[in-house]
Design a protein around this ligand. Structure first.
Ligand SMILES: [Zn+2]
Length: 178
């Protein structure tokens, strides 16, 4: 686990603004910066021009298991794992950078980014605490987001085995993993 580095206030504000611009929920900012709630609330309103949405964060891993979200979560997670290996960054900066690359990737393919930055942030937490993991597909060898009990030898991913109603060629709207 990489610890948070001691950040100057300016750096913390910059990080918060980046997250707000990416559409992060206020709870993400509270968790990832040391700025006060009041400060963050003001910042959120200034940057996004609206009040933050209330209500709980998505706590369930189910969303990541449905077909299209799983492909998007997998794409994000592969970028995240790669950055984790090659770049020395604070955890949240890795999430931010990976999410920006995920957005670029979906934009380049004219796809709606189904994965919000808040969900991406949750996903990394789920993987960190072992509630989700990456499992290698026995057919295409890609690493996909799954529950940890998945047996790798028999696991076939959603791209190799799409649901009947989704044409295989149009898997996840043509999203390519490699
Ligand atoms: Zn596969």
């Amino acid at each position: 686990m990489r610890t948070k580095s001691i950040l100057t206030e300016a750096k913390q504000i910059e990080r918060a603004v980046t997250l707000i611009n990416l559409g992060a929920r206020l709870q993400v900012l509270e968790s990832e910066t040391d700025l006060s709630y009041e400060r963050l609330l003001r910042l959120y309103k200034e940057v996004s021009g609206k009040s933050p949405s209330k209500g709980q964060l998505p706590f369930s891993t189910d969303w990541f298991m449905s077909w299209q979200p799983n492909i998007h979560a997998t794409l994000f997670m592969n970028i995240h794992e790669y950055l984790n290996k090659v770049a020395e960054m604070d955890e949240i900066d890795t999430v931010i950078k990976a999410y920006q690359l995920y957005q670029e990737h979906t934009q380049a393919q004219n796809l709606e980014p189904l994965l919000s930055v808040t969900r991406a942030w949750r996903l990394v937490k789920f993987v960190d605490n072992g509630m989700l993991t990456l499992t290698k597909c026995s057919k295409c060898q890609g690493h996909f987001v799954t529950h940890p009990h998945e047996v790798a030898k028999h696991y076939v991913c959603g791209l190799c085995n799409p649901p009947a109603r989704a044409g295989k060629g149009k898997a996840a709207g043509g999203l390519q993993m490699h």
